[in-house]
Design a binder for this molecule. Sequence first.
Ligand SMILES: C[S@@+](CC[C@H](N)C(=O)[O-])C[C@H]1O[C@@H](n2cnc3c(N)ncnc32)[C@H](O)[C@@H]1O
Length: 286
Amino acid sequence: MTVLKINWNFIELTEMGRRDIIDNQGFKNIFKKVSNLKRSEKILDVACGIGTVPRLIYQIYGENNQIYGIDIDQNLIKYGQEHWGKPEHIHLQYGDVFNIQFQDNEFDVITSFGLLDFIERPLDALKEMVRVKKTYGRFIIITIEKSKYERIPDFKSFSNHYNEYLTSLKHLGLPIENEGEFIKKLFSKLGIETRLHKFIIENKAEITSGLIEYWENYFEKSNYMKFLNSLDFYFQFLKEIGWTREKFNEYIKKELSGKKMIDFFKRFVGKTITTRIGIAILDSIP
Ligand SMILES: C[S@@+](CC[C@H](N)C(=O)[O-])C[C@H]1O[C@@H](n2cnc3c(N)ncnc32)[C@H](O)[C@@H]1O
């Protein structure tokens, strides 16, 4: 397990799309090793957001490949096109994973970061991704592992709370397994074997007013399930401000609506906390 130390500024993270993960040299090295892209490969990044993965590939491999990205959120696509769409090499466009507007067998490589572990009907999404992949093409899937926290000593005192949190996720219909393992199983249901590479990123995060704004926007157009993706950060924060088990249980019971949580966070703008996040990269074996 590799541990990468980086600084995360959440305003950057949210506005620029995980920039501090992908700009981290250690992360890049791991991604490069796993992806091992050849010249002239045609790549599709599914749920590209503002183009995090297309940009990562472009940074590592330069103009060697044609990279396509689709996302259902037009605003993110627009932002991505304005900020790092390289017209000749990176093509970001609207697209729904359940109905990908490309031909069968079109791509050498399919990538995705942060989709399969929280979307409804992940198997259907994956089947559609398989359809547009060439027979001997590959998958490279990145996920942030919420359950990775259990293994970090600093978080030990927190693990009881965490188990209850996982149970509450189960009730919401989310996979409560380690996300990397979950995605691996998903692939194996379609007879696709994958390798799982895991590492941990340590980072410092500041609670900025930009982050609060981002969350407010996020809540307007999404539901609580999506928001749970941000909770890696939240748990460490709760510990830092001395939340007890009782308080946390109370929170889980009462605060699933989200808006109240934002009001709560507003009081802590300007404070810096430390988090550790598990990252998994899966690549398929053709
Ligand atoms: C956690 S974000 C990850 C974005 C990007 N891959 C990244 O890592 O920065 C999940 C993305 O999935 C997109 N999404 C959700 N449902 C989708 C669907 N049915 N088809 C395509 N994209 C979808 C959202 O718009 C969002 O951009």
